[in-house]
Design a protein around this ligand. Structure first.
Ligand code: NAP
Length: 242
């Protein structure tokens, strides 16, 4: 069994997740790189290993119970604990769509990944997280999931009025709080991260921030000291309004 911290990042074959995996590996973690597509996951692993990272592909579709259970069993075969879980996998399918016209099936598909996926993975890996001396769970949320931001007419992105995406991230924030409350008596901390608008496939690379900037808050929350917060929502500047 490894002495290095063991980390899992979901949806890590590209974008912010891949960068989080890269930075955790650079910090000396053994990283399980979650990817639903084998070839894309294997390619990302090969690239991060070429940089010297202790990175391993974990086939993981967060919407699929069997896939998630198999992934948890596989990690348990190789590690006696999970120190860091970053629930990063996320999709946005309703940019520009009017809430009154959004096909409910698209909204459900977003909830399957952004909300139920994060819950499914967290539940499946909790036994391993409980076995860690200082488990850290990071939920990749969004400033668009903040009701405070959304109801503030001066909020930079108030025009992004997406029914499915925004409400799924608001739900993920609520999920963060309830897990943090359940786990308050343990060494596990659960926090939500807002990476800021980052250039990735999610927004056709229109975000002004780099993936390194987008990953920074997740890295901070994944490596919180024992006196760090739990049950909060943070970006680079500090706490984000719920
Ligand atoms: P991205 O480049 O589109 O990457 C999303 C990742 O999620 C991909 O690896 C994708 O895999 C994976 N994924 C999608 N569905 C999945 C599933 N069912 N099971 C497992 N993995 C799945 O997006 P990103 O910008 O890096 O986003 C990462 C996270 O940050 C998301 O939660 C997003 O909502 C959040 N976020 C992003 C921004 C931004 O400006 N980019 C802002 C705020 C929050 P495939 O390649 O197989 O599709």
């Amino acid at each position: 069994m490894t002495e290095a911290r063991v980390a899992l990042v979901t949806g890590a074959n590209k974008g912010i997740g891949r960068e989080i995996a890269r930075q955790l590996a650079a910090l000396g973690c053994r990283v399980w790189l979650g990817a639903r597509n084998h070839d894309l996951g294997a390619a990302a692993v090969a690239a991060l290993r070429a940089e010297g990272g202790d990175v391993h592909h974990l086939k993981l579709d967060v919407t699929d119970n069997e896939s998630v259970c198999a992934a948890a069993a596989r990690v348990a075969e190789h590690a006696d604990r999970l120190d860091i879980l970053v629930n990063n996998a996320g999709i946005a399918m309703d940019a520009g769509a009017l809430p009154s016209e959004l096909d409910l099936r698209r909204m459900q598909a977003m909830y399957e990944v952004n909300v139920f996926g994060a819950v499914r993975v967290t539940q499946a890996f909790l036994p391993l997280l409980r076995a860690a001396p200082a488990g850290r769970v990071v939920m990749m949320s969004s400033g668009l999931g903040s009701l405070g931001n959304q109801s503030d007419p001066t909020y930079e992105f108030v025009g992004y009025n997406s029914l499915g995406y925004n409400s799924s991230k608001a739900a993920l924030n609520a999920v963060t709080v309830v897990f943090a409350k359940e786990l308050a008596g343990t060494f596990i901390k659960v926090n939500a991260a807002d990476p800021g608008r980052t250039a990735t496939d999610l927004n056709q690379h229109r975000g002004p921030r780099s993936v390194a900037q987008g990953a920074a808050i997740a890295i901070r929350l994944a490596t919180l000291p024992p006196d760090g917060p739990t049950g909060g929502f943070f970006n680079d500047s500090g706490r984000v309004n719920w």
